[in-house]
Write a protein that binds this ligand. Structure first.
Ligand code: IPE
Ligand code: IPE
Ligand code: MG
Length: 255
């Protein structure tokens, strides 16, 4: 079934927001922003137009998440597998952070947003890293919503690298084998200092994780929608949070 309902009136939006339980807002929402290319193709436009419009959805969703009281918003912007795409598309995607931040930085600062980045920076162009680093630095003392971009992020690589570090530290004697536990691994992942997602959203109709936060999503609630990312709006976020609030999280125990 398609999650396509879309109340148009501001009043409807306010009523929907009010219907949420203020005491049970997910602290960390992670989003696999998928469907940009198909959104554009369906309109007879090149895929990059979808990415351009996807950027607007990032802004809308950041503001909406902040208004709902979400504390951490992680956005999957580029995976370690996305390098397989045509060079033109990859080049375009690599320029988007710079463009997004140039347009939105002032408002993010004003809204007290903290920008963070997680990903394997080695393969990223210098200008992409520079734009992200500047945004991170400019917002590092902010205390509001954490907007965490996953850029050239791959969960298997992230876990593999933490294992390498563990082996090296054990070999050099700085880590004892008995101290290698779940907390140690969590502290060596790119999400260090960020709680695990409470809610994972994937747009674009695919029901898979595509190498996203495999460790961190162990007990997250999942919400999938056919809506393409450029169409994602506050109503969809509210619908996802409302569904989250209907779930019972047992963590393997009993209620
Ligand atoms: C998500 O949209 C953005 C990235 C993966 C960078 P897609 O580009 O995957 O769009 P579809 O899935 O092909 O429609
Ligand atoms: C996942 O989307 C990655 C991002 C949204 C950045 P993909 O479009 O790359 O995923 P697959 O290839 O359909 O699994
Ligand atoms: Mg896709």
């Amino acid at each position: 079934m398609k999650n396509l309902f879309r109340p148009r009136l501001k009043q409807d939006q306010q009523n929907l927001t009010l219907s949420l339980d203020k005491n049970n807002i997910p602290e960390h929402v992670a989003i696999i922003m998928d469907g940009n290319g198909r959104w554009a193709n369906r309109r007879g436009m090149p895929r990059i137009v979808g990415h351009q419009n996807g950027m607007k959805a990032v802004k809308r969703t950041t503001i909406a998440a902040d208004e709902l009281g979400i504390k951490y918003l992680t956005m999957y912007a580029f995976s370690t597998e996305n390098w397989k795409r045509p060079k033109d598309e990859v080049d375009f995607l690599m320029k988007l952070p710079q463009e997004f931040l140039a347009l939105e930085m002032d408002e993010l600062v004003e809204k007290n947003v903290q920008v963070k980045m997680m990903g394997h920076t080695d393969a990223l162009p210098k200008y992409t890293i520079a734009a992200m680093e500047e945004a991170v630095k400019r917002t590092e003392n902010n205390t509001g919503l954490v907007l965490n971009f996953a850029l050239n992020y791959g969960s298997r690589r992230e876990i593999t690298e933490s294992l390498r570090t563990a082996v090296q530290e054990i070999a050099s004697g700085t880590l004892q084998l008995e101290d290698l536990n779940e907390d140690w691994i969590s502290s060596r992942l790119l999400t260090k200092g960020i709680p695990d997602p409470d809610l994972l959203i994937r747009t674009g109709g695919e029901i898979r994780l595509s190498n996203f936060m495999l460790w961190q999503l162990a007990y997250s609630e999942f919400w999938f929608t056919d809506v393409y990312w450029p169409e994602f709006s506050k109503e969809h976020l509210i619908a996802a949070v409302a569904e989250f609030q209907r779930r019972t999280r047992r963590y393997g125990g009993l209620t």
